[in-house]
Design a protein around this ligand. Structure first.
Ligand code: SAH
Length: 225
């Protein structure tokens, strides 16, 4: 059944509850994080044919052969990043812009890099124009290089899997800062890592096994660049 556009975007109370339940059952309990999810309609980031599945805890296809991550994984990563309203955050892999929008509700400033120009353009449209979030910049760039102009960052989040921890990105993390990323040599399964840069050195914690698309080199050659 087709829902009116407003309900489709905001979801029914039952759909919203289903999402919050999925988050909680995966250990996402931080009230600020849950609030950010409630305020960010995932349907806005999806193509028409997937909008009615926006509230399910599933990854879904987006343009350029990429995927919007599963909400419970977005929630776990966001919670592990411990973003405060003072934080300047860098995200690598803007994709649909959903994660960037969640971060924008928690942080002072968010920069998000995407190697597919059409995705970056679309994500910008949704985040800035439709949701009216003014503290996010989504740019087309090779995220593996980070964003030296704006470094250092208080938080860095990778939503594409690196084979090893990228030292260039670590060098752009402020002391006291936190980086969360999927790391692994296989496309099938990676480990979610949290790295804290303390005055005594790097402190690593392993979170959970995850599956992300790989971090690729360079900006993509898309047809409608
Ligand atoms: N965070 C996204 C989902 C990420 S999917 C969301 O909320 O929708 C991973 C994204 O990382 C893909 O869009 C892919 O194109 C991008 N990516 C992969 N390697 C990259 C790189 N080197 N620089 C920037 N983006 C990259």
């Amino acid at each position: 059944m087709t829902q009116p556009a407003r309900i489709e975007a905001e979801g029914t109370p039952e759909q919203r509850m289903q999402l919050i339940f999925a988050l909680r059952s995966h250990g996402v309990t931080d009230p600020r994080v849950l609030d950010a999810f409630e305020k960010t309609p995932r349907a806005a980031f999806l193509d028409r044919s997937f909008k009615d599945r926006a509230w399910e805890d599933l990854p879904l296809p987006i343009a350029c052969g990429q995927t919007i991550s599963q909400p419970s994984v977005v929630g776990q990563m966001t919670q592990a990043l411990a973003v405060t309203s003072r934080c300047k955050v860098l995200e690598i892999g803007a994709g649909s812009g959903y994660q960037a929008a969640i971060l924008a509700r928690l942080a002072r400033r968010v920069y998000s890099l995407e190697r597919h120009r059409p995705l970056a353009r679309q994500a910008r449209e949704v985040v800035e124009r439709r949701l009216g979030l003014a503290n996010v910049s989504i740019m087309t760039a090779d995220g593996a290089l980070g964003l030296p102009d704006q470094a250092p960052f208080d938080r860095i989040l990778l939503t594409a899997a690196a084979e090893d921890v990228p030292s260039l990105l670590l060098s752009q993390l402020r002391e006291g800062g936190i980086m969360v990323l999927p790391v692994g040599q296989s496309d099938e399964m990676q480990q979610l890592l949290r790295i804290e840069k303390t005055p005594e050195g790097l402190v690593y914690s392993e979170l959970s096994p995850v599956r992300f698309v790989p971090l690729l080199e360079g900006v993509a050659e898309d047809m409608d660049n």
